[in-house]
Design a protein around this ligand. Structure first.
Ligand code: AMP
Length: 466
């Protein structure tokens, strides 16, 4: 077994890692740290939750302390991150890993006043973590000079492109010196990222931590087929019956997140939304309330959730199934952190069955279905041979009964991701039965429960009616 001390890290960094409680390096750390310490570029296919921040932060910090130039501090490492949350989290990690080092780091992002950021820049920094917009803004105002950067990290490159930052990245690249070490991390590797990577990485070592490896066994996954309009009722039932005290709900849109917060409040459940339209202050407040346990439910869109790293999340709800299969893996990875276990529920309506097919293809498994609940909607189940992607059946509602009959007749085998009826029934009648209804209470060893059981609640009983 390889230990951190086998990777060539300096003693102050090893001490910091130890006080963080890390016992062994994660795969991305094992594969990235040695080539980065040897001065190589790295192309990392990995996402949040794999330990990728330490994979780049530790070698960057080591480089910062090895050959410190005599003159005053100047920015020698630049980390670009797509969202404020992720940037703040990376900065927090730099703080933890550099406890025993004389390295100054700072995060800058938009949506807040620039004054304090400018003052920190004027005092001198070694490591700057930034979102692209504010970085270019402050470079334009003459407060930031990145011409001495020795280490450039582009984190979550696929999100950067999704969010339209490609021009900004190109501008930043033009301002960096030619001689530097580069690191690019991305959860996925579409051709756009591959060509971006080849435009600035040199002889890079590729480190591929594929999503399959991080769909950890500790996450108990379930799918529930339902009508769109019933999703919130299912959600409320599960939150109440399973006494969810720390759960995150993913919606597709910002508007959907806001609406759901209001609907949950009507049901007496407190929650907060976190998405790109919220001010930085509101996002920070929501996240802080959630982290401290004052708000039990966080409702988030994918982009805002990047980098949310809160320990003890017991439940992840895919209220809307994501249209990118990788996002599913990323979302459910919010739970089961740091050796804990967790539960992930996905609500699939009839417009999302194609997404489910794609997700199941990616993870290489069929997700067990819970159908023993009041809002089960058979027509949302993928059809045999259905292809991945959004395939909305315009006749879905009209012909649901006839289709169900014909599916029952012909599904001996299993369509792509669809799952034969009989095996699905077996799954839901076995270990999953009553889970969503609260009828069985206990979760066994794999679930983290934070509150008391409400197994016999009226919600549960109502939910059990079919
Ligand atoms: P990241 O993928 O960088 O966002 O890291 C995800 C979480 O894993 C963070 O909470 C880290 O503190 C934690 N972590 C990183 N490396 C290790 C490790 N080697 N052992 C245990 N936890 C780790």
């Amino acid at each position: 077994m390889t230990r951190f001390s086998d990777l060539g890290l300096s003693e102050p960094l090893l001490r910091a890692v130890e006080s963080e409680g890390y016992e062994t390096p994660t795969p991305v750390q094992l594969q990235s740290i040695p080539p980065l310490l040897a001065g190589k570029d790295v192309l990392g296919i990995a996402q949040t939750g794999t330990g990728k921040t330490a994979a780049f932060a530790l070698p960057v910090l080591q480089a910062m302390t090895k050959e410190r130039p005599q003159h005053k501090r100047r920015i020698r490492a630049l980390v670009l991150s797509p969202t404020r949350e992720l940037a703040a989290q990376i900065d927090e990690r730099f703080g933890a890993y550099s406890t025993h080092l004389d390295v100054r780091h700072r995060v800058i992002f938009g949506g807040v006043k620039q004054g304090p950021q400018v003052r920190a820049l004027q005092k001198g920094l070694d490591v700057l973590i930034a979102t692209p917009g504010r970085l270019l803004d402050l470079i334009g105002q003459g407060y930031i000079d990145i011409s001495h950067v020795e280490f450039f990290v582009l984190d979550e490159a696929d999100r950067m492109l999704d969010m339209g930052f490609i021009r900004d990245i190109e501008k930043v690249l033009k301002l960096l010196p030619n001689k530097r070490q580069n690191l690019l991390f991305s959860a996925t590797m579409p051709t756009t990222i591959a060509s971006l990577a080849s435009s600035f990485l040199r002889n890079a070592v590729t480190v591929d931590i594929s999503p399959k490896e991080i769909t950890v066994d500790r996450i108990e996954q379930h799918i529930m087929f339902t009508r769109k309009a019933d999703k919130r009722r299912i959600l409320v039932n599960i939150i109440e019956n399973e006494s969810v005290a720390c759960g995150i709900v993913f919606t597709r849109t910002k508007h959907g997140a806001n609406r759901l917060v209001k609907q949950l409040l009507q049901a007496g459940i407190e929650s907060a939304a976190i998405h790109g339209n919220k001010s930085q202050g509101a996002r920070t407040k929501a996240l802080a309330g959630f982290k401290q346990g004052n708000i039990p439910i966080l409702v988030a869109t994918d982009i805002a959730s990047r980098g949310i790293d809160v320990e003890g999340i017991t439940h992840v709800f895919n209220y809307d199934l994501p249209n990118e299969p990788e996002s599913y893996v990323h979302r459910i990875g919010r739970t089961a952190r740091a050796g804990r276990s967790g539960v992930a529920y996905g609500f699939c309506d009839d417009s999302e069955s194609g997404y489910l097919v794609g997700i199941q293809q990616l993870i290489g498994n069929e997700i067990p279905v819970i159908e023993d609940h009041q809002y089960h909607f058979e027509n949302a189940r993928p059809k045999p041979g259905q292809k991945p992607g959004k395939i909305k059946d315009p006749n879905a509602k009209k012909s649901s009964n006839s289709r169900r009959r014909s599916n029952n007749g012909r599904q001996g085998g299993r369509g792509q991701g669809g799952g034969g009826q009989s095996s699905q029934r077996r799954q839901s009648n076995g270990r999953n039965r009553g889970r969503a209804s609260g009828g069985q209470g206990g979760r066994g060893s794999s679930g983290q429960r934070s509150g008391g059981q409400q197994g016999g609640s009226s919600q549960g009983r109502r939910n059990n009616r079919r």
